[in-house]
Design a protein around this ligand. Sequence first.
Ligand SMILES: [Zn+2]
Length: 433
Amino acid sequence: MSDFVVAYVLSNELVKVSSQLPSNKNRSLLVHSLVKELGLLSPRSSNSQCSRLQLLRPNLASANDLSSYHARDYLDYVLNCNHFSNDGTPFDAEKAAEYGIEEDCPWFQGLPAYIRLVGGASLTAANTLVQGQADIAINWDGGRHHAQKSQASGFCYVADCVLALLALKRSRLPSSLETVVSPNVSLRKPRIMYLDLDLHFSDGVSHAFYNTPETPQILTLSIHHAAPGFFPISPLSLLPPSEPSSSFDPFTLSVPLAVGASSQTFFSVWNGCVERVKDAFQPDYVVVQCGVDGLAGDSYGIWNWSLGGHEDVTGAEEGSLGWCVEKVCHTWGCKTLLLGGGGYNSPNAARAWAYLTSIALSRPLPLSTHIPDHTFFPLYAPSFTLDVPPNTLSDENTVMYLEDIRDRFDWVCEGIRERLTTFMTGASGNRKS
Ligand SMILES: [Zn+2]
């Protein structure tokens, strides 16, 4: 088996600043501690079929790097400590509100370093894929999918998903797999699929790439909860129309799910929509936002998604988060970037991202694995195991609704194919770089 490399972005500085994030205090510390304690950071297990893990230090993003998406005035404001007193009170409240640095996105001392490091971490991860140095790259401190071009929003200050997608978009691939790269080789633009599994709609990312008139290079698909008043409100968070519509952008897709969404519901959505969209779009890269606030036990308590299935079962149950990520990592054949996201039960977020790391590495841990004795061990009570099992919340996503989703994606997938064909046969199909 050829060397399959999983790059894991980590540094003490990244953990320190990410642990200061007001919405997720110390979560980063728990996550990386558990990953390490479970032995996942060792370069290779004794099993030769497994992948090689490579630790990757995040580069600090410069203002220039960040300005590939963020507005300069926003960066000037958030990367400068002089706008706030020591207790975080803004000297100009109106200005702070303009940039969203208020309420659920308050100022904190480490914010400039946080933005540079988390943005830099996802860029480092994306670039390692572009350079062919890894097959999967992981940044659990990223996935800040609500951040806007000029505004912080929903606990998100830096649009690292968008920055990573833009870095992948700028890269070029050989036109055919057989071609050996040489100065004269024909290069083509890659296609990148963004898949968002967080409880919340990926408004920051979906809006960034909505209806881009140029190449259909990036497709966003967000699976999320939607209900009146539930954050974030956006017309893009709705299901595609039931009938074909030329004004609908088939590269900006949403699947809203009701309360209690379970692994069974995800299994149906996966087969009826996610796999078919992937087949129609044929991405080169996949970026997965693995927010875990939809898992059972999260403080939101809205979905009832399980991490891997039932206790004592080795391998993930169909439709569980682990099963979905396994499909992307090991059956899609794309270079894959795994990012974090929401998740407000920190021990469960640590369980989930440690388990997903083991899946990425093709060394899936049994869900009954005991949490190793370490500093944060008491936080894993009462089960002290890796699993995040479902609870008794009933799934309100009906069979009829799930069939309706599948039906709508019939014409959506056709629309993706048609637009790609139109583009490929157009004058700008393949370019020399
Ligand atoms: Zn969320």
